[in-house]
Design a protein around this ligand. Structure first.
Ligand code: ASP
Length: 607
């Protein structure tokens, strides 16, 4: 037997027992004729006391960090207790020990605050994984996984595996492809998600499906994306949107309880996509704090009504505003008292290349009711007061204003709001705030592909009251190039995202389940019938054999873990992640393959 106990479990109550432990040498400290070894395993650290007799042996047979040893001895009360660790009141007076395996000197210290940089730790990920910090993350990941499975099992969901080698149907992200040796010149694709399979399972009658599953997307990796990532993927039949929202806020609340001990009893707020964009400047608002954005001149329609251009801001021979496509303002509590320097610092902040604005205008709504601004030359106090009123600013607030192109300005002010929240300490990592964002547009224009795409994916159903618009209209829209020219541009999807603290943690939709509507959808995306049949014939076919109404959702498992763990980075929660260029630096993958393999696959590499 290698061990009687692990390195985290012995306490004062075990004193006088003879035990055997096995683990890694964390540190060795010599004091004259005795030595102390901190022995570590997955469960903790226990101090070993090597007395005089064995110490000589130690001198002859040097022991190094990360050696794997086995030690037998008597549990004793420590005179010098360490109350920081659970085993800190005892030590093992070792009577014999064995070196089970040696270790080269590790390239970085296996400690919480390691001296290893990112690249080094990724290269030696198996050593990095020994560190407590990383282990805690994987433990949390496992806890989330188990909680999700427990909940879904209780709710009668069935875990059904779906294939990884599937057909390439590029829609959304780029597919990773796998050449088929047995079918020269043909390729499988790795699934971007099991979307069509879970829908087929609904057609097959498995009315509650889930899977904790790998998904593969060949995207340019912006910060904190992984080419392979994990989803908690779910689908249900005979449901409406409200059933899904309730079922899955239940899931997240259950995870909160199991993993963090948090009773999230309040109901989850629901917000339309339009309200999210309008009030927060993005579709995943962090609602832990308020500070809404106000549009003080905008061509954007809201609830069908055009904000009266010029009424709020007016023309004032101030070119920046007069010529701006949009002007967005945010009222910052108690900021009227800021110094000039503070306003300048925020001006510099919005001018940074990542934000890319030309400048920032501010209005001080002073405690004494006076109003001063950085554009006093152009706007009199009355006009400024109107703006302050429109922004619902209170005495003592300052209003920060950005102007420019619609999309850029919206993004910038949304970033400004988040950064402001951060600096004002309003984004507390231990506070969790869930939100449903609903009623997304069904379509969006992709600048990159220069065409209309499904905002979510092409299987998402329109809102029930808009289905008729799609069924009855002949979409002469295949080549529509301008946003407003697309007859379906205003159609809303029966889709929902779950947002946690400003992060999208899950998204899904009610699906199309009739062949006719699905074909209309493909039409609207500019797909010919032949193309649609070639790519999705199996699904269209299945819809002819009694497809039930259905819908589902998928949660980004890695991200959910990262947020629950209070981290920005999903990599920290993946055992073997890839770096930002999609490389596994430990395996050195991707890599070339030899000519024999290429020949077998009938593939030639272009020089
Ligand atoms: N398959 C979708 C996705 O990966 C999620 C869903 O609609 O259920 O985004």
């Amino acid at each position: 037997m290698y061990r009687t106990h692990d390195c985290g479990e012995l306490r004062l109550g075990d004193v006088s027992r003879e035990v055997t432990l096995a683990g890694w040498v964390q540190s060795i400290r010599k004091f004259g004729s005795i030595s102390f070894i901190d022995l570590r395993d997955r469960y903790g650290i226990t101090q070993l006391l090597i007395g005089e007799a064995l110490n000589e042996y130690l001198t002859e047979t040097p022991l190094g960090r990360e050696f794997v040893i086995q030690a037998t001895g008597i549990v004793s009360e420590r005179s010098n207790k360490n109350l920081q660790i659970p085993t800190g009141e005892i030590e093992i007076k070792v009577s014999r020990f064995t070196i089970l395996n040696k270790s080269a000197t590790p390239p970085f210290t296996i400690q919480d605050d390691t001296d290893g940089g990112d690249d080094l730790r990724m290269k030696y990920r198996y050593l990095d994984l020994r560190r407590n910090e990383v282990k805690k993350n994987l433990e949390l990941r496992y806890a989330v996984n188990r909680a999700a499975r427990d909940y879904l099992h209780q709710q009668k969901f069935m875990d059904i595996e779906t294939p990884f080698l599937i057909k390439s149907t590029p829609e959304g992200a780029r597919d990773f492809v796998v050449p088929s040796r047995m079918n020269p010149g043909q390729f499988y694709a790795l699934p971007q998600s099991p979307q069509t399979f879970k829908q087929l399972l609904m057609v097959s009658g498995y009315d509650r499906y889930y899977q904790v599953v790998k998904c593969f997307r060949d995207e340019d990796l912006r910060a904190d994306r992984q080419p392979e990532f994990t989803q908690i993927d779910c689908e249900m039949s005979f449901i409406e949107q409200d059933d899904i929202l309730r079922m899955f806020e239940g899931l997240i609340k259950f995870i909160f309880k199991q993993v963090k001990g948090i009773d999230y009893t309040e109901s989850v707020e629901r917000m339309s996509w339009e309200d999210a964009m309008w009030n927060y400047g993005n579709d995943k608002p962090d609602i832990r704090f308020d500070m809404k954005i106000t549009n003080i001149k905008s061509p954007l329609k809201r609830n069908g009504a055009l904000e009266a251009e010029g009424q709020i801001i007016g023309h004032a021979n101030f070119n920046v505003f007069d010529q701006a496509e949009t002007i967005l303002a945010i009222s910052i509590p108690a900021a009227a008292a800021w110094t000039r320097k503070q306003f300048d610092a925020w001006t510099d902040w919005v001018k940074r290349p990542q934000i890319g604005m030309q400048g920032l205008v501010y209005i001080r709504y002073n405690e004494d009711g006076t109003i001063k601004s950085s554009v006093d030359k152009f706007y009199n106090e009355e006009r400024l007061a109107a703006i302050a009123g429109f922004c619902e600013a209170k005495k003592g607030d300052a209003i920060l204003i950005l102007a420019g192109r619609e999309e850029k300005t919206r993004k910038a002010i949304s970033e400004l709001r988040l950064e402001m929240g951060e600096q004002m300490g309003l984004r507390n990592k231990d506070e969790f705030k869930l939100l449903w964002v609903l009623d997304f547009p069904l379509f969006e224009y992709s600048e990159e592909d220069n065409r209309w795409v499904a905002r979510h994916h092409p299987f998402t159903a329109p809102k029930p009251d808009q289905i008729a618009v799609m069924i009855n209209n002949d979409p002469a829209i295949r080549r529509a190039e301008q946003y407003l020219e697309h007859p379906y541009a205003g159609i809303k999807a029966n889709a929902y995202d779950m947002v946690l603290n400003g992060n999208e943690i899950g998204g899904g939709s009610i699906r199309i389940y009739q062949r006719e509507l699905q074909e209309k959808m493909f039409d609207a995306l500019g797909m010919t019938r032949e193309e649609a049949n070639h790519k999705f014939g199996f699904l269209l076919g299945a819809f002819e054999y009694g497809a039930p109404p259905h819908g589902g959702i998928a949660f980004g498992f890695d991200r959910l873990c990262a947020i629950l763990g209070g981290s920005e980075s999903i990599r920290d929660f993946i055992a073997f992640p890839k770096n930002n260029s999609g490389r596994d630096v430990m395996l050195d993958a991707p890599s070339t393959i030899d000519d024999k393999q290429l020949n077998e696959l009938s593939i030639e590499i272009k020089a």
